[in-house]
Design a protein around this ligand. Structure first.
Ligand code: SF4
Length: 447
């Protein structure tokens, strides 16, 4: 069990300096106890206290890093049951499975095809993370050849799947630099797999069919000094798997049971006969509460919805997504091109910039920092008022890039035009359309 706020408070410096972001050490202690703050925020904790507090302040579900390089990622580290309570931090890893008997040419094709599945959305690159290589022949050199190809010739992270220690070792020899997840320790091989994971410093998944056995296995592995663990509850039936995911999430968060305080791995590919049904199952598991979902294949129509769902589930609901304030060029504008201004709510930016691009009228787009609020909300909150926008136009440097002095504001912000003209006496403030879909016609008519 973690320490209480008062127990933590006793170990803090009690100077109430406020550098941790709250005014008192007591408030910080309470935040630490409830998982709302991290110990590193206080620079004055003694080494001795830091050691004692590290367990209390660690996330109840351990974050586990998998992979190296471009697609390295973390799973776990969650502190709440529901994202509206705070946020979910580390997105579910999405994996596809290949079996070790895949021939080299087919694997090349798969890697090429899967690598192409990347989507730009709200300024982010959405793509899958992992390939799970499953041993089906018990042949270490065949397994190692496929592991080597995936590790060396793709950006994907790797899950090495075999319960045969020699086969797993052969895979690890050629791919350890990619920090693969080893799958799986069971009650039969826990010592050998645990030793291998420990020796190589790799994360290890463990599997058992009952929660009681999982706890026992977890205690065996953590007793060996292993920390980076991933749980497979063994369930391949939807209702049971769902229940297991909830139990495994609740145990560390609500009952302080650290034996189950690890992210999970799930296998929709072993639960359905076709990719569509796997995708439906995976969509449930992304929401509740899988660390990794393994599919039998990737294709655009199943993967893209999962990537978008994952983006939404793991976006902080209390912090709107934003784009950087600044001057954006759309379609190589020149000094006579039209100038528009809007807020830095990312959805607003992507809709407006998309419509401008669609108009084929090269334009300048000013994005003003409104802390991620949309036009109407920012205006109502006083963050997109005429004087504020006017000041921004003056300071952002756009006047040096254009020969005219006309600026188009969003139709919903028409009320700010008077104040803007007062702030920018040399400028003409033009009220643009309310609906972004009318921007192309508006720009073409102006041109
Ligand atoms: Fe106390 Fe440390 Fe926070 Fe300062 S930074 S108020 S010493 S907990």
């Amino acid at each position: 069990m973690g320490l209480t706020g008062i127990q933590i408070f006793k170990m803090l410096p009690k100077t109430n300096c406020g550098e941790c972001g709250v005014p008192t050490c007591l408030a910080f202690a309470m935040n630490l106890a409830s998982g709302k703050a991290e110990l590193d925020l206080c620079p004055y904790v003694s080494d001795e206290a830091r050691e004692q507090l590290s367990e209390a302040s660690a996330p109840p579900i351990r974050p586990v890093a998998i992979g190296a390089g471009e697609r390295a990622f973390k799973i776990g580290g969650e502190t709440v049951m529901f994202r509206h309570e705070k946020t979910f931090y580390n997105p579910t890893g999405i994996a596809a499975m290949v079996t070790s008997d895949v021939d080299s040419g087919a694997l090349d094709n798969k890697l090429k095809e899967w690598n192409a599945l990347q989507y730009e959305r709200v300024g982010l690159n959405l793509r899958p993370d992992l390939i799970a290589l499953k041993d089906v022949s018990g042949n270490g050199s065949v397994f190692a050849a496929a592991a080597k190809k995936i590790a060396e010739e793709s950006e994907f992270g790797l899950i090495l799947m075999s319960e045969n220690l020699e086969v797993i070792k052969a895979g690890v020899e050629v791919s350890a630099f990619k920090k693969p997840l080893l799958y799986a320790a069971t009650s039969e091989n826990a010592n050998e797999m645990g030793n291998l994971a420990k020796e190589k410093g790799l994360p290890l998944a463990f599997r058992s069919e009952s929660i009681e056995d999982l706890i026992e296995l977890s205690e065996t592995l953590t007793g060996m000094g292993l920390k980076d663990l991933v749980i497979d509850s063994g369930a391949r039936e939807l209702k049971k798997l769902f229940q297991d995911q909830v139990v495994i999430r609740r145990a560390p968060l609500k009952a302080g049971n650290r034996s189950l305080g690890f992210p999970t791995i799930t296998f929709p590919c072993e639960m359905a006969g076709n990719l569509d049904m796997e995708t439906v199952i995976a969509s449930m598991l992304i929401a509740k509460y899988a660390g990794i979902v393994v599919l039998s294949d990737f294709n655009g129509e199943s993967l893209f919805p999962l990537l978008v769902e994952r983006l939404n589930i793991f976006t902080d609901p209390q912090r709107p997504m934003t784009v950087t304030q600044g001057i954006y060029e759309i379609g190589a504008p020149d000094e006579n091109s039209p100038l528009l201004v809007t807020t830095n709510f990312s959805l607003t930016y992507f809709i407006v910039s998309g419509e401008i691009e669609g108009s084929r009228v090269p334009s300048w787009l000013l994005i003003m920092d409104t802390e991620g609020l949309s036009v109407m909300t920012a205006w109502a909150a006083g963050k997109f008022s005429g004087d504020v926008v006017g000041m921004f136009v003056k300071k952002c440097g756009i006047a040096d890039k254009i020969a005219h002095r006309k600026i188009i504001i969003p139709g919903y912000a028409a009320a700010i035009s008077g104040d803007m003209e007062e702030e920018l006496p040399d400028w003409e403030v033009i009220i643009g359309p309310r609906d972004a879909s009318l921007i192309p016609k508006f720009l073409k008519d102006m041109a």
